[in-house]
Design a protein around this ligand. Structure first.
Ligand code: FEO
Length: 391
């Protein structure tokens, strides 16, 4: 996909970042990430977004090669879909390279650009747009659609009426550089849930606006350009942003100190399998990638939380996990609980307290309380819990 033409007049000029250890200084990206950027050639030439300053030189080379390929000398507009620095990092660079370029954004875009870069842009360097404004380039006509909080308040998407392309900002993006062989779904889900997951209502609003457009291609700011089976991707976004489970299945997440809670979680898994459940994922929260386990919670319709008690609360990795889920607006799930405690089990109460801030959580009974190590009564209770889970 790198250095390819999206259409005869639109070229990809983005870059892969394969050396980054943590995206946004928090998410592991084993296959890197791409910062996508595009060029539209017309009577007026446009660049859609810059890239992270980690990749300035490579991006500038891509621009120069694209200009050479069309024998074009200058760029008239830079459209800024999103001011987060992974996309805006080279606004100062592009102003130096093309001093007459006009930056296109909404009023919030320019506030944020000034906050980050203190450029003191003059009026003639800015084109301030609002909902449904049109920019005519010649053959291409660009329409701007505001998408606040998908992922920041200034975000806007751009629709090219000629080639029926939606430049979708962070929407429909994914972790993973271009040209890797990984499947879209898992890394797109992990990206969406962790980065935009809290803003389901705003994503729903954008999907509603997008449904009025005839879209043939989606060009996001990260990950693959989507031009086939668009219904599949839109359907996934609809599910995730509605906080509905994607699959019938069971996620078992355990947080164990000395291995006894782990043993109980594994026994629960065995009982469920014995009772016919095939779609189960068992996760050791102390070792798993947190962002992936958060993403898993959005995937399955039922979750079993198994945790040790700790300091009159719950083992810290479980506490952090649940607080992060709640912060991301996690809701609409059936949850079963296994707690463990040697003298005063407190994990169940603590987990329920945290989840009391999440909407529409239904508990599956019984709550299992283990005192140090699973006993025969616990196993009997787990069998009953399994029946209730699989009802
Ligand atoms: Fe890829 Fe919200 O920035």
């Amino acid at each position: 996909m790198l250095n390819t033409n999206i259409t005869d007049s639109i070229k990809y000029i983005g870059v892969n970042d394969l050396n980054i250890d943590l995206f946004e200084n928090q998410y592991e990206v084993p296959n890197g990430i791409s910062y996508n950027s595009y060029i539209i050639f017309d009577d007026k030439n446009v660049i859609m977004d810059t890239v992270d300053e980690r990749k300035t030189d490579e991006w500038l080379t891509n621009i120069e090669n694209a200009l050479k390929s069309k024998n074009v000398k200058t760029i008239d507009y830079l459209i800024v879909s999103h001011v987060e620095p992974d996309h805006s990092g080279n606004i100062p660079t592009i102003l130096k390279r093309f001093p007459t370029i006009k930056i296109v954004g909404n009023s919030k875009t320019f506030e944020m650009i000034e906050q980050f870069y203190q450029l003191n842009l003059k009026d003639e360097q800015k084109l301030i747009v609002k909902e449904n404004d049109i920019l005519n380039l010649g053959v291409h006509t660009l329409k701007f659609i505001m998408a606040p909080m998908v992922h920041w308040p200034e975000v806007m998407v751009t629709y090219d009426e000629k080639d029926k392309i939606l430049f979708s900002a962070d929407g429909f993006g994914k972790f993973g550089a271009l040209n890797t062989t990984e499947d879209w779904l898992d890394e797109a889900r992990r990206y969406y849930i962790n980065i935009v997951g809290k803003y389901g209502m705003q994503v729903q609003m954008l999907l509603k606006k997008a449904s009025t457009l005839d879209i043939k291609t989606i060009c996001p700011l990260h990950g693959e350009i989507l031009n086939k089976n668009l219904g599949y991707y839109i359907d996934k976004y609809n599910t995730w942003s509605s906080y509905l489970p994607e699959e019938n299945g069971i996620l078992i997440v355990y947080a164990s100190i000395h291995g006894h809670t782990e043993k109980a979680a594994k026994e629960m898994c065995r009982i469920l399998k014995e009772n016919g459940e095939k779609n189960i994922k068992l996760v050791d929260l102390a070792r798993a990638d947190l962002s992936e386990t958060i993403s898993d919670a959005y995937k399955y319709d039922k979750i079993i939380l198994a945790a040790s008690s700790y300091n009159m609360g719950v083992f810290p990795c479980m506490e952090n996990y649940l607080r992060q889920l709640v912060a991301k607006n996690f809701q609409n799930r059936k949850i079963a609980i296994i707690e463990n405690g040697t003298w005063a089990p407190s994990a169940a109460k603590s987990m329920k307290e945290i989840l009391s801030n999440a909407k529409n959580i239904e508990y599956i009974e019984p709550i299992i309380t283990i005192k140090s190590n699973m006993n025969e009564q616990n196993i009997k209770d787990m069998k009953e819990l399994s029946k209730n889970i699989l009802k």
